[in-house]
Design a protein around this ligand. Structure first.
Ligand code: ADP
Length: 504
């Protein structure tokens, strides 16, 4: 039991951790922080390298000056011939000790005459730099910075200058004679020490900068994500049912798009909810009407008692029977609509000869039309075979022709015209009936909408016929339109593709 609690606890911690790190806020924070850190580190490396290069260059230049001065003094005191001069030796030792380095002096035979480490005295040094230095004189000055061993190496020629009279001078404009070279190798330690100090100081500044970046990144992430948090809170309130109002639209573009999209979704849902409520109340009303009539008829019969004549019983029972039929028809129509409203309604597509289909419909309606002396005319301008659901298309034509008869004048006519092009077939149902007022035209396809409620009920209408017809046409990806002139007649035009393009 304890182990279960532990497992679920650690799972919830893990999911919280995951949620935190997959949040846009964390990503944004990390992006700013890492960019800042990368900039800091790059600056650090660049400053460090630049400082090192400059420090080495300054040191080399200082040492070259000192070695040139020493070279002049070596010539002046004839050190290359007599290495026992205590003043010069002291100067050389001082130069070596003060710079924590090694000084080697060689003569023009590449022979070491002085080594402050006293290792190479009397030996020959044949390196590229020294040979080059002896050959080229002042131009042979050589310096090298060995990063790996932390040392600077310098080679400076010992130059004797003679004027035209052959006197020894130290001015550069006279003839140069290279008498030897001074080799100096000094340690980088002082530079390294100041570099370490600099590095520490930079690290402190970096710490301050990184802390500032963290604060700025956190504040920016909070500020930018605030509108999204607000949207989430608002949406949750709508979801919980505390409010149905549109949510506040923030100024941040991305958040504004989400809020606008959500508000339009909310409006759509409200419209759907309203129409659902209206539909339910319409259904209740429509279903209750025949029941109320039956109750009234039954109560009247009961109140009359046994004295009521048998003809009256028969009349009343016939009326009750009609009301039952009406109730039945409403329920049937409602079921048809519900089936068509399904998200993926099924169509039983077959190749159908539309002429035959229309003729069949007209044949069925003819007896009713004849009762009121209404003529049914069929005009087929083209033979049409289409891929359709026969039952549904037949229901569409039946509803339209029945309406043409129902809302017609005695002795009028209903004309059905069938035509087609290479893509669609068209069925026009034209009647010479009462017509539909202009302001009702856009509503006739709505469920339970009737222009004249009492007349429609009287003639057995449910107010669902055109809604069913429209649904069936839309299922075939077709269109249905109505045109009417009050008192003159109405024309319904149905246009349906010969072949329904099936979605992949
Ligand atoms: P109903 O069962 O009442 O006929 P419909 O959905 O078929 O229901 O038609 C809706 C309303 O449209 C009818 O009540 C009627 O007022 C009007 N209507 C439909 N067809 C015609 C027509 N051919 N001529 C005049 N009015 C019509």
């Amino acid at each position: 039991m304890k182990q279960d609690t532990y497992i679920s606890d650690s799972k919830s911690k893990l999911s919280k951790f995951n949620e935190l790190f997959s949040s846009l806020k964390a990503h944004f924070f990390l992006a700013i922080f890492l960019t800042g850190l990368a900039c800091c580190l790059t600056m650090h490396v660049l400053i460090f390298n630049d400082y090192e290069e400059r420090a080495v260059a300054v040191r080399i230049s200082e040492m070259q000056t000192q070695l040139r001065l020493l070279s002049n003094r070596l010539i002046k005191y004839n050190y290359l011939q007599d290495t026992d001069d205590p003043v010069i030796n002291a100067e050389i030792d001082y130069l070596s000790n003060f710079n924590n380095g090694r000084v080697i002096i060689i003569n023009d035979d590449l022979n070491v005459i002085k080594d402050t480490y006293e290792i190479s005295n009397g030996k020959f040094i044949v390196s590229e730099e020294t040979v080059n230095c002896l050959k080229t004189g002042t131009r042979g000055t050589f310096s090298k910075f060995d990063k790996k061993y932390g040392a600077i190496e310098l080679v400076v020629p010992i130059v004797e200058t003679k004027n035209a009279e052959g006197e020894d001078v130290t001015y550069e404009d006279d003839t140069e004679v290279v008498r030897g070279a001074i080799l100096l190798c000094i340690s980088m330690d002082p530079i390294r020490r100041s570099l370490t100090k600099l590095s520490r100081r930079i690290a402190v500044y970096e710490g301050v900068i990184i802390f500032t970046i963290i604060c700025i990144a956190y504040m920016l992430a909070q500020k930018l994500m605030k509108p999204f948090d607000k949207i989430t809170t608002d949406i949750n309130e709508v979801k919980a049912g505390y409010t149905e109002d549109s949510i506040e639209v923030p100024t941040l573009t991305e958040a504004r798009h989400i809020a606008i999209a959500f508000n339009s979704l909310l409006r759509r849902m409200k419209v759907l909810d309203d129409s659902r409520q209206e539909f339910v109340s319409n259904v209740s009303h429509e279903l209750r009407t025949p029941i109320t009539s039956m109750k009234v008829l039954a109560d009247s019969l009961l109140s009359m008692g046994e004295d009521a004549p048998i003809e009256m019983y028969r009349d009343f029972m016939e009326d009750i029977g009609k009301e039952v039929d009406r109730e039945n028809q409403i329920i049937g129509d409602l079921l048809t609509l519900v089936k068509m409203d399904k998200k993926s309604p099924e169509l039983d597509i077959k190749s159908v000869k539309i002429e035959n289909l229309i003729e069949g419909v007209l044949k069925r309606i003819k007896p009713i039309a004849m009762q009121r002396d209404i003529e049914l005319i069929f005009e087929s301008r083209r033979t049409v075979t289409a891929e359709v659901d026969e039952v549904k298309i037949s229901q569409v034509i039946t509803n339209l022709v029945e309406n043409g008869v129902k809302y017609n004048k005695d002795g009028g006519s209903v004309k059905v015209i069938l035509d087609a092009d290479h893509q669609f077939f068209t069925v026009k149902v034209m009647d010479t009936g009462v017509g539909i007022p202009e302001d009702s035209l856009e509503h006739v396809f709505e469920r339970f909408y009737r222009v004249d409620k009492s007349r429609s009920r009287e003639i057995g209408g449910t107010g669902l016929g055109l809604a069913i017809a429209r649904s069936a046409v839309l299922m075939h990806r077709g269109t249905i339109e109505v045109d009417s002139k009050l008192g003159e007649g109405t024309t319904f035009t149905v246009k349906i593709p010969l072949i329904i393009a099936t979605e992949k």
